[in-house]
Design a binder for this molecule. Structure first.
Ligand code: ATP
Ligand code: MG
Ligand code: MG
Ligand code: MG
Length: 435
């Protein structure tokens, strides 16, 4: 993409309404614009990152054996009356009435919808287990939308739902999602720690929130310091026994303030880390909470009716954009992990109008694209300083700079955005370096 043609409305000034770095940087880097409180338009570069995150989430769901589908954003209130949540959900639910005076709502989550689909389609114990997911916009009328996309009212969520015959099966599904979440967040360049979460009246130990430690996180968290060095499993066999992985990742103390037990934590002594965290995912087994009232049953081998065991598993896809920036930025701007960066390389023509520079840049731009490298080419008529500042702000992991001095010797300067290290290399070697 040529920057001269790209819709990338960067801002020099820090927007007054933004209180935290990720919100400031997303506005300044031209990634999003607020449409109304907690509701955002995604501009081209913001959308590119959102899609990359979504794709990593999708790949790890697929690897775990979950099947993608798509449910609507607008739901019928009747389903929620069946589960008893229509009244219980309260003012966070955006309620809508259609022209026939039917009560509808913009879905804050999809347990009722998926339970309805399941009960209409599956009948026998042989039909389970099933693990389904979708990636769809949600609406929650948050009392205090803030921090940009981190606490929006409209936001993109990946939500999965599992259906099993019994508790042992439910645990297998839960473990699949647990491990898939570890892998997903690691691929996004994040350290997300699974922390025990409140299971409410259902009880048990099958609810975990995944938190990324960050000063601007909204939750107070407590965990054993060893979690910070735990290694995420590779080459997972999702058909095998995942319990040892889950056991290891739940063997040490980790809890959010909601269920924090100060006595247990105190026993950790110096090993206790007290920090702030961003909730990026939440997995939850809720047993028959929806299947019983909504009559989602399968017949067992003896013909008896068994309400299915269910779980749901959410990831805040749009929140992750903010969380990644919170975890990876400096005073000059964003520092994208390679896995989600909107472009891998930023190519800077240092001297607009200089024939040798322009021709070398144009050729390199063409060759990089031919080699399948995503490149943003700053071909604008601007001063070198402004180009450097913009490139640092938008945070592409690599900057390739071609100026009048180097071009004479066929040399480009390559800068690593994360550590600032610069090396010179032959322009002719650049494509191979990044392809
Ligand atoms: P929070 O505690 O932050 O309000 P939640 O516990 O209400 O989140 P869940 O119902 O567990 O959220 O939804 C699954 C995931 O969706 C969360 O872990 C989070 O990553 C994301 N999410 C929830 N609310 C929002 C929001 N208002 N804006 C962006 N992402 C959100
Ligand atoms: Mg909430
Ligand atoms: Mg929460
Ligand atoms: Mg939650």
């Amino acid at each position: 993409m040529r920057l001269s043609a790209y819709f990338l409305p960067t801002l020099k000034e820090t927007p007054a309404e933004a209180q935290i770095a990720s919100h400031r940087l997303m506005l300044r880097a031209g990634m999003v614009r607020q449409a109304s409180a907690g509701i955002y338009s995604w501009l081209p570069m913001g959308l590119k990152v959102l899609k990359k995150i979504e794709q990593i989430v999708r790949e790890e769901q697929d690897a775990a054996g979950a099947q993608e589908m798509l449910m609507p954003t607008i739901q019928s209130a009747d389903l929620w009356r069946e589960s008893g949540r229509y009244d219980a959900y309260g003012p966070e639910m955006l309620r809508i009435r259609d022209r026939h005076q039917r009560d509808m709502l913009y879905g804050p989550t999809n347990e009722e919808q998926i339970t309805d689909i399941f009960r209409g389609a599956l009948r026998s114990y042989k039909d389970v287990p099933k693990l389904l997911y979708h990636i769809q916009w949600k609406f929650r009328d948050e009392i205090r939308p803030r921090f940009g996309v981190m606490r929006g009212r409209e936001f993109l969520m990946k939500d999965s739902y599992s259906f099993d015959l019994d508790n042992a099966g439910a645990r297998r599904s839960y473990n699949k999602m647990f491990v898939a979440y570890l892998r997903t967040f690691a691929r996004l360049g994040l350290k997300a720690i699974p922390m025990r979460a409140d299971t409410g009246p259902i009880g048990g130990d099958m609810s975990h929130e995944f938190l990324v430690l960050a000063e601007t996180g909204e939750s107070e968290v407590y965990c054993h310091k060893d979690f910070l060095d735990f290694e995420v499993p590779e080459d997972v066999d999702y058909d095998g026994d995942l319990q040892p992985i889950v056991d290891r990742w739940t063997s040490l103390y980790a809890a959010t303030d909601e269920i924090h037990d100060s006595e247990q934590a105190a026993a950790l002594g110096d090993d206790l880390v007290t920090a702030r965290g961003i909730e990026v995912g939440h997995i939850f087994n809720f047993s028959t909470k929806y299947s019983k009232p909504m009559n989602a049953v399968v017949t067992g081998s003896e013909g008896e009716e068994i309400p299915v065991e269910m779980g749901s598993y959410g990831i805040g896809v749009s929140r992750l954009v903010g969380a990644i920036i919170e975890a990876s930025h400096d005073d000059n701007g964003i520092i994208w992990p390679e896995s989600v960066t909107p472009f891998k390389v930023g190519l800077i023509n240092l001297r607009y109008g200089d024939e040798a520079c322009t021709s070398a840049c144009d050729t390199l731009y063409r060759d990089l694209r031919r080699a399948g490298v995503e490149v943003l080419y700053d071909d604008r008529d601007k001063k070198a300083g402004a180009k450097f500042a913009d490139m640092d702000l938008i945070g592409l992991p690599w900057q390739v700079v071609i100026g009048p001095r180097g071009v004479k010797n066929g040399i480009a300067e390559v800068k690593n955005r994360a550590d600032g290290e610069r090396i010179e290399m032959p322009i002719a070697a650049v494509v191979e370096r990044f392809a």
